[in-house]
Design a protein around this ligand. Sequence first.
Ligand code: SOE
Length: 397
Amino acid sequence: MSTQELRVGMVGYAFMGAAHSQAWRTVNRVFDLPLRARMVAIAGRDTSKVAAAATRLGWDESVTDWRELIARDDIDLVDVCTPGDSHCEIAVAALRAGKHVLCEKPLANSVEEARTMTATAARARIDGVRAMVGFNYRRVPAVAYLRELVANGRLGAIRHVRAVYLQDWITDPQFPLVWRLQRDKAGSGALGDIGAHIVDLTQYVTGELITGVSGLTETFIRERPLPAEASGLSASAGNGATPATGPVTVDDAALFIARLSGGGLASYEATRFATGRKNGLRVEVNGSLGSAVFDLERLNELEFYDATVPGPQQGFSRILVTEGDHPYLSAWWPPGHIIGYEHSFTHQIRDLIEAVAVGADPSPSFEEALQVQLVLDAVERSAGAGSGWVPVAAPTV
Ligand code: SOE
């Protein structure tokens, strides 16, 4: 690897590819970093579409087979932004070739694949190769600040965690059967796509792990029109659908309760059927000394309740997480100038570059994401067995 540059190849150029590209383009303009990211090449199967994506997203070149990225010696890091069914193959090949890897969440479509990836990352680490998973919401400043509050004991012992991730983009039964609704491509539905985020986020902010679950899943619309062409969120009802239909093979919604390693109780809800909720991620933490609430729709804020102040002064206060002494924010705008969704990806890349430059392991690691995968798997097994209690195993490979 060149001492000056981190030469990046990306696989995939849809929604997440665009979000990651934006971050790679921006990161060195905002943060002072030991390595400069160079966007060498992007891979996708369709020649003209991937070439257009390269131009639009700022990549020097495009290629039509991701294996070309792995084979090249002018690429140091592979960023995997494809559907889950190819994460394992691409990430394992890249790590074995000595490339650092950033892989989108959820890590894999099964626990078995996640174990293979984690074992491969552990072997690659011996040679200084780094692997990280894209749970980008950890990098929202208000989330990172909430973690600091918990770690500094401001909330006391954690009694309750209440987390929801609510979307509504497939409520119309005519919305086509896109890849995210097919188990062989996506692994699971709302559970893995957005439930994985709140599992990771709540464990990250509390520093505690889920030890067992009882879950419910449901598929409300079991048959949908086949899409005219493969797409993710972009296809819409009456636009891109064909008259033929096919079965939905993933959950539309997943709910579960959980126990936390510190003794607290938690509840989770992930759905694509919460009409009116577009990207509604909300986490509330209640501790013995206070509570805090993060809401992605108000991502520059944190609600905080301090139970240690005298009674008449108590009440939820709104902390504006927009100041230079909040995580990540000194590099951006003057105090009070807010940021948005895309910044979480830029912060994620910043942390990855810092780790690679100093030879440290970035977080979340593949092992951490394997543990999330084990939680998702436990929820599915519980739901499939009448919601009985399922312990979550330790993330061994
Ligand atoms: C689709 O539900 C999706 O794009 C997720 O895949 C992302 O991880 C989330 O950030 C937004 O919603």
